[in-house]
Design a protein around this ligand. Structure first.
Ligand code: FES
Ligand code: FES
Length: 242
């Protein structure tokens, strides 16, 4: 049996060599507009390269602002942050809290929300993709990492009621939107603890609370059903619940 004279790999190498040659020809043609340089190049004589021009550019300076935030029970900062830094980037890049999801980046999908705990005891969702980190200076927030109970080693030992029901109802598929839904549902439950609603308002109230959150996988029904179960089984949220 006759040994092959060229392996597939070497054939590919040959093709690459041909392309490299073609590319170097293109570079020569593009750079050698002068006839003398082109002639020198084609004759194998190195053309004298023009001296490189050094361009001095000023370094970019960011205006910074000191930011201190209480995150999941711990005060972080003050840290000097670029004035335009979005909160989602602060969470991801400075605090390494990557559970908050950057979806649309335009304030539409609500995947990126965190919970702000206000001094009056109320809580609300805030979108971190369109809100600067400096907005949160002095504020208290919760991210998705702060919902479950953890032991001293930082291991999750118990999910929050909303997280648990989302699991039991198979509410999510890819899970990208889930941190936002957990935060929205948690804010709702906390509001109902302060202001219980009538039973005939439950469905409308849940729909309104989740309405801004976009999910591309599930059709929302299982999220809705999970939240409804928490609302209907947690004492004190519905005035005339059985
Ligand atoms: S990523 Fe913030 S609203 Fe979509
Ligand atoms: S579970 Fe995939 S986007 Fe909601």
């Amino acid at each position: 049996m006759t040994a092959p004279t060229q392996t597939p790999a070497s054939a590919a190498g040959g093709a690459n060599t041909a392309s490299a040659v073609a590319a170097s020809g293109a570079v020569s043609a593009a750079s050698g507009s002068s006839g003398a340089a082109a002639a020198a190049s084609s004759a194998g004589v190195p053309a004298s390269a023009p001296a490189a021009t050094v361009v001095e550019r000023p370094l970019t300076h960011f205006r910074t602002l000191p930011v201190s935030v209480k995150v999941n029970g711990e005060i972080v900062g003050p840290t000097d942050l670029p004035a335009g830094l979005m909160m989602i980037d602060y969470l991801h890049e400075y605090l390494h809290l990557t559970g908050s999801r950057l979806g649309c980046g335009q304030g539409i999908c609500h995947a990126c929300v965190v919970i702000v705990d206000k001094p009056d005891g109320t809580s609300e969702e805030v979108r971190t993709c369109i809100t600067g980190a400096n907005f949160f200076n002095g504020k208290t927030i919760r991210t998705i990492e702060g919902h479950a109970k953890r032991n001293e080693a930082g291991e999750v030992v118990e999910l929050s009621p909303i997280q648990q029901k989302f699991l039991e109802h198979f509410s999510f598929q890819c899970g990208y939107c889930t941190p936002g839904f957990v935060n929205a549902a948690t804010v709702l439950i906390e509001r109902l603890k302060r202001q219980p609603i009538a039973k005939d308002k439950v469905e409308q109230t849940i729909t309104e609370a989740l309405n801004d959150h976009i999910c591309r996988c599930t059709g929302y029904v299982r999220y809705y059903e999970a939240v409804k179960e928490v609302v209907m089984t947690t004492p004190g949220l519905v005035k005339d619940a059985a």
